[in-house]
Design a protein around this ligand. Structure first.
Ligand code: SF4
Length: 178
């Protein structure tokens, strides 16, 4: 199989792993999750790695009759893909967007290594009381994403030491809409 396709398949598995946590969380905590279409409070992402840029670019280029995104921006920090409080690339949104809102788990966090990522979710639960299987292990997720991105860069001869090439601005990807 094509190397890029293999990397992309594994990236999609990682996306599915994050989405699976969300499914379990929504079942376990009905009424405790504020994340929904129309929120967008956390949508401040400005750049992605090369692999995620490729996934987004492929998606946008495959849209028939795509139209330019609205130019209305409330703040320079708002993600360019947030339009009318909804993500226009929701199906291919980056990994960080798929974990935001969950309780995150990392060995770098103090106190039981678990911390909230959104002040509106889990109002009745302390982060440390949420079962680990209902949290996002961001050490593991980040390590997997980093390795997949490195593999993607190697296959495409992208020099990951080049600061200009490490991250791709979302603004540049959003301009593909026209
Ligand atoms: S890509 Fe979508 S989900 Fe992620 S920050 Fe931008 S608008 Fe929000």
């Amino acid at each position: 199989m094509d190397k890029i396709q293999t990397i992309l398949d594994n990236y999609q598995k990682l996306c599915g792993y994050c989405d699976g946590i969300w499914e379990r969380v929504r079942q376990a905590f009905p009424g405790e999750i504020a994340c929904r279409k129309g929120c967008g409070v956390c949508c401040e992402l400005q750049s992605v790695n090369q692999l995620e840029a490729y996934a987004i670019r492929s998606h946008i280029e495959g849209i028939d009759g795509r139209e330019p995104l609205g130019r209305k921006r409330k703040s320079a920090y708002v993600c360019p893909f947030l339009q009318d409080r909804a993500c226009v690339i929701y199906g291919v949104r980056p990994i960080i967007c798929r974990t935001h809102g969950l309780i995150l788990r990392s060995t770098e966090f103090p106190h039981a290594h678990q911390a909230a990522s959104c002040p509106y979710n889990f109002p009745s639960h302390h982060p440390r009381d949420v079962a680990p299987e209902l949290t996002a292990d961001i050490d593991r997720i980040t390590k997997n994403l980093t390795n997949l991105n490195l593999a993607y860069c190697m296959v495409n001869n992208i020099d990951v030491r080049d600061e200009q090439l490490i991250r791709v601005p979302l603004k540049k990807l959003a301009s593909l809409f026209g």
